[in-house]
Write a protein that binds this ligand. Structure first.
Ligand code: AMP
Ligand code: ZN
Length: 471
């Protein structure tokens, strides 16, 4: 069975057919680097990684481009509020570029911790101002723009299909006061391509342009960079569902306006991660980042596993209770795999037909609009199948793990544990030593159990406490 995916463009599940045989050109909207990513953002990047791995499982070579927004994203996606980057710089009393590079690195490190494959090209908005200006010039030549208050606007009334992608009902939006009135806009849904005059003066990053010194609006960067690196026809474009009504709608208007033809064949959107007590948002102060999960004793891969258990098109609720369940369930799965790894006779014969049947079954599920949960069902079936020898099981587990990326066959020993985990173990052991000094036996036991859950055994001797990875 070929790969089928839900296409937001046509609102149906469709067979994926790429423009070039065995090649997939994919663009994913990257982060605005003014703060850490929260685990909701990371859910979207995990979904995109799974999509990429499923494409690769289907023998596509994926050319993947992701942007880094380091200029021009105002607090709301509709061009209102302050520039997020400037806010970050003010908050931390650093320069905008210092903030941008710091959070970009933090973001890329998070992706690595989650076994998310790096994009083929990661590109920064500030390094593509020339391409952005060229694209705006093209839109201007074709009559899609107007200038008001010295800023360049995209006129959505010039792009007939504007409301189609997100089923936008302009009258309803206006009646519900969901669009802020900007007297300079001809239509309230018009958006800025180039700011010369922003409400907030002294924008730090500014460039010369035919319209005056200023900076680009947020949406135009994705069109400019996607076209530069992937050409005029894209196979796939992704992001979170929040991008459908504004950012992606605007990207389509700009790109198709400038190119004069359809731009992207498949649009895929990941649903939101929500907290059991409401929405996850960076503007509301405290938010959950990956390092917080690590500090609380969770390997980042447990979070990946958590996300993989649910369908990408359904909202997912996060709670520490469910995280605990995910941790136990992954530990038990890894324990089963470990038993197979340790009891595999590499000389054993493999029944290639049997392997092919299971691979096909697995592929049928993941190709059914990324039904990863059913992929896990096949994995468990393989583990339990008495007709398979351990070498066959291992071959299949390794194969499926190309999509899951949970390092299922990696048997940890102390030498192999990465530095970060060693640091985490040692920090907990110090805390436990302190608890024991304070005769806080409950806390001491709690820490020991927490380490055991992560497969770390501790041993108290007169010289102190030593630790080992459980065999
Ligand atoms: P941003 O840095 O705000 O542009 O967001 C980065 C990515 O995370 C985008 O693709 C958003 O659609 C996505 N996103 C934002 N909030 C959530 C959430 N709570 N759950 C899942 N994805 C999200
Ligand atoms: Zn984008």
């Amino acid at each position: 069975m070929g790969l089928k995916i839900y296409n937001t463009l046509n609102k149906t599940v469709e067979e994926f057919i790429s423009t070039e045989e065995n090649k997939a050109k994919m663009y994913t909207c990257g982060p605005t680097v003014y703060n850490f990513a929260h685990i909701g953002n990371l859910r979207t990047y995990i979904f995109e990684d799974v999509l990429k791995r499923v494409l690769e499982y289907n023998d596509y070579s994926v050319n993947h481009v992701m942007n880094i927004t380091d200029v021009g994203h105002l607090q709301s996606d509709e061009d209102t509020g302050e520039d997020k980057m400037a806010l970050g710089a003010k908050r931390e009393q650093k320069s905008v570029l210092e903030i941008a590079r710091y959070y970009e690195q933090a973001f890329l490190t998070d992706l690595e911790k989650l076994n998310i494959k790096p994009a083929t090209v990661v590109c920064r908005a500030t390094e593509h101002i020339e391409e952005i200006i060229e694209l705006i010039k093209k839109l201007e030549e074709k009559g899609y723009t107007y200038i008001a208050n010295n800023n360049v606007y995209f006129s959505i009334d010039k792009f007939d299909k504007y409301t189609e992608f997100a089923n936008i009902n302009i009258e309803e939006l206006q009646a519900g006061n969901r669009v802020e009135v900007d007297d300079f806009k001809k239509n309230p849904l018009d958006f800025v391509l180039w700011f010369v005059n922003s409400k907030y003066d002294n924008h730090i990053l500014q460039w010369e342009s035919p319209w005056g010194t200023g900076f680009p609006g947020w949406h135009i960067e994705c069109s400019a960079m996607a076209i530069k690196y992937l050409g005029e026809y894209l196979d796939i474009h992704c992001g979170g569902v929040d991008h459908i009504p504004v950012h992606h709608t605007n990207e389509i208007a700009q790109s198709e306006g400038a190119l004069g033809h359809k731009w992207v064949n498949y649009w895929l959107h990941g649903e939101f991660l929500i907290l059991d007590n409401g929405k996850m948002s960076k503007s509301s102060g405290e938010f959950l980042k990956l390092d917080r999960l690590i500090d609380n004793g969770y390997d980042p891969i447990v979070y990946r596993y958590y996300v993989l258990q649910s369908k990408y098109r359904k909202p997912l609720v996060f709670s520490y209770e469910r995280m605990e369940d995910a941790k136990k369930s992954l530990a038990s799965l890894k324990q089963k795999v470990k038993a197979i790894v340790e009891d595999t006779n590499l000389e054993e014969e493999i029944n290639k037909e049997q392997i092919a049947i299971y691979k096909e079954e697995f592929k049928t599920h993941i190709n059914d609009d990324l039904n990863i949960a059913n992929g896990f069902t096949v994995l468990f079936k393989v583990i339990k199948d008495d007709n398979l020898n351990n070498k066959e099981k291992l071959t299949l587990i390794e194969d499926f793990d190309k999509v899951f990326a949970l390092e299922l066959t990696k048997v940890e020993n102390k030498e192999e544990i990465d530095e970060e985990k060693v640091g985490w173990v040692e920090k907990l052991i110090d805390e436990r030593t302190q608890a024991r000094k304070n005769k806080d036996w409950a806390k001491s036991d709690e820490i020991r159990d927490m380490l055991l859950d992560s497969n770390i055994e501790i041993l108290d001797t007169r010289e102190g406490t030593s630790w080992n990875v459980k065999k």
